[in-house]
Design a protein around this ligand. Structure first.
Ligand SMILES: CC(=O)SCCNC(=O)CCNC(=O)[C@H](O)C(C)(C)COP(=O)(O)OP(=O)(O)OC[C@H]1O[C@@H](n2cnc3c(N)ncnc32)[C@H](O)[C@@H]1OP(=O)(O)O
Ligand SMILES: CC(C)C(=O)C(=O)O
Ligand SMILES: [Mg+2]
Length: 525
């Protein structure tokens, strides 16, 4: 709890208890060093969480040091450390966080019969006693003591309420109700909170908290159900990381309360514009990538791929977005150009790239774009640039590539069959060559009746990845007329790009011949 809030005012404010550095670090494979934990804690404070659970100091010297450094470094937020219901754990926890501006000891013990019988090997009476003693012992160190009834959702509610009452009587200021194994479902969990409120003496004096795990994918739903029933502290982690399937995701809970504030009628102290940055930082520190379709912070959370949605968003963002991405610190939504996109989004992206195309040019470029989409998963800006440059740089085509076929390999003579549309006719020719490109060019020569000298041929990948677009540039000379032409072709298939480049040069030659090289700069020969 922040100092300036005073102690436990029960206004309609939901306190955000971040356990990324404790339960989040319990994610298999995650281990943060002291420096990384301090960096994360500073960002959590910037985000505006109320409590940072910094670690479990008895677990290791590293965790102890991390808690101590966080307690020293971070201000304006409560720093909390976890301890079993054992004096030695509590001593260690206090030692680690005592320099915090606002320290909290969080002690816990399980209350379900299954945990009592098999794990703790304790009777109910012993657990009651341990809870009471642990809270009272922690209370000697600090006024801010949280008690958790581990596996509360699988506990006998009457016994659970008795334990909570003991903890409150011993001085707990927050009682936490964990759904430790993610077993609860929302209606049931909400009901449990109601029962606790009705049946636990002293409950009105403390903040009720919940801590939900995601084993059934219900951690956020259960947390929201708990809030609806009176919980005013929620234990969450950034990106939902944590033991097994993780914990309730901070960003999802916070943004559900934000987006549906009229429904929930509660607020948090989170600076939502820091959410995206925090998610990125935690992902990079923990090495746990955020799945693209993750709510709020996934790469696709504000990306629109289909034409109808893109058109809607361009006309009015709220048609397909319930949250303005700027609110969580993402500058704007992304229109992803792909095979489901339409002309509106295509035109807008080209405009952003500096191209204002005529309707005719746009339609031609759009058709090429759709063909490209069938071959390439994601169309990048570089792809678009290459495509549009080629499209608008074109002269009226005398020759159009219809198809080609290649037979090539180490033991055969490369042979190409090429079909061109010339005027209204489609003609086909075959030729052999030194290699597949040579064979294609010879077949094109046969079809056009022109014999150009190939002065240079170069190829480069204009985009990245295995499905990159290849750009071929050829320089050819019409020896009869002593003129040289540049041709450029692009495609994900380098042979097709080669054919297109050669045909581009031939079209320039033909246009020159016919006196209608309208769009080519003078001198580019
Ligand atoms: C639901 C949760 O997330 S709880 C937090 C889980 N986090 C962690 O466990 C991470 C840090 N843990 C550790 O580093 C170690 O487990 C330690 C240092 C805490 C303990 O290590 P060890 O002493 O070797 O014990 P170990 O972990 O094998 O067993 C746990 C012991 O604690 C007992 N225990 C478990 N929870 C509690 C509790 N809340 N209060 C008191 N005792 C408890 C168990 O019954 C067991 O006792 P036993 O040794 O008498 O059988
Ligand atoms: C320590 C407690 C709060 C916990 O992490 C759990 O029960 O899941
Ligand atoms: Mg947990």
């Amino acid at each position: 709890m922040r100092r300036d809030e005073g102690v436990w005012s029960l206004v309609e404010r939901v306190y955000i208890f971040d356990t990324t550095l404790r339960d989040g670090e319990q994610s298999p494979g995650v281990s943060l060093n002291v420096k990384e934990k301090v960096e994360a804690a500073r960002q959590l404070a910037r985000l505006g969480v109320d409590v940072i659970e910094a670690g479990f100091p008895v677990a290791s010297p590293g965790d102890f040091n991390a808690c101590r450094e966080i307690a020293r470094a971070v201000r304006g937020v409560t720093v909390c450390a976890l301890a079993r219901a054992r004096f030695a754990d509590i001593d260690r926890a206090w030692e680690a966080i005592k320099e915090a501006e606002s320290p909290r000891i969080h002690t816990f013990i399980a209350t379900s019969d299954i945990h009592l019988q098999y794990k703790l090997r304790m009777t109910r009476e012993q657990v009651l006693e341990a809870a009471r003693e642990a809270v009272a012992y922690a209370k000697r160190y600090t006024s801010d003591v949280e008690f958790s009834a581990e596996d509360a959702s699988r506990s006998d509610p009457d016994f659970l309420c008795r334990v909570l009452a003991e903890a409150i009587a011993a001085g707990a200021t927050v009682v936490n109700i964990p759904d430790t194994v993610g077993y609860a479902v929302p209606e049931e969990f909400g009901e449990l909170i109601r029962t606790i409120k009705e049946k636990t003496p002293g409950i009105e004096k403390v903040v009720i908290s919940c801590h939900c795990h995601n084993d059934l994918g219900l951690a956020v739903a259960n947390t929201l159900a708990a809030i609806r029933n009176g919980v005013r502290q929620v234990e969450v982690t950034v990106n939902g990381i944590g033991e097994r399937a993780g914990n309730a995701a901070l960003e999802e809970v916070v943004m559900a309360l934000y987006a549906r504030r009229a429904f929930y009628q509660v607020t948090t102290g989170i600076r939502t514009e820091e959410i995206y940055r925090t998610s990125k930082l935690i992902s990079s520190l923990t090495g746990m990538p955020v799945q693209p379709n993750k709510a709020i912070v996934g790469k696709n959370a504000f990306a629109h791929e289909s034409g109808i949605h893109q058109d809607g968003v361009l006309k009015e963002r709220t048609t397909y977005e319930i949250i303005d991405p700027a609110v969580i610190g993402v500058p704007r939504s992304r229109l992803v150009l792909g095979k489901h996109s339409g002309r509106h989004a295509f035109r807008v992206r080209l405009r952003e790239l500096g191209y204002e195309l005529s309707e005719e040019e746009l339609n031609a470029a759009f058709q090429r774009f759709k063909e490209l989409c069938d071959r390439k998963k994601e169309i990048t800006d570089d792809d678009l640039l290459a495509l549009v440059e080629e499209e608008i740089g074109q002269v009226p085509p005398t020759y159009e590539l219809r198809y080609f076929h290649i037979s090539s390999g180490t033991t055969v003579v490369p042979t190409a069959t090429v079909a061109l549309k010339i005027g209204e006719e489609v003609k086909e020719e075959a030729a052999c060559g030194n290699g597949p490109v040579d064979a294609i060019y010879k077949a094109i020569d046969k079809l056009t009746g022109r014999h150009l000298r190939l002065d240079s041929y170069s190829i480069e990948a204009v985009t990245e990845g295995k499905d990159a677009i290849g750009s071929v540039t050829v320089r050819v000379t019409d020896e009869e007329r002593g003129k040289t032409y540049l041709g450029r072709g692009i495609s994900t298939d380098v042979l097709e790009a080669s054919a297109r480049a050669y045909i581009d040069a031939l079209n320039k030659l033909a246009a020159d011949f016919n006196g209608n090289r309208s769009r080519q700069p003078e001198g580019e020969v």
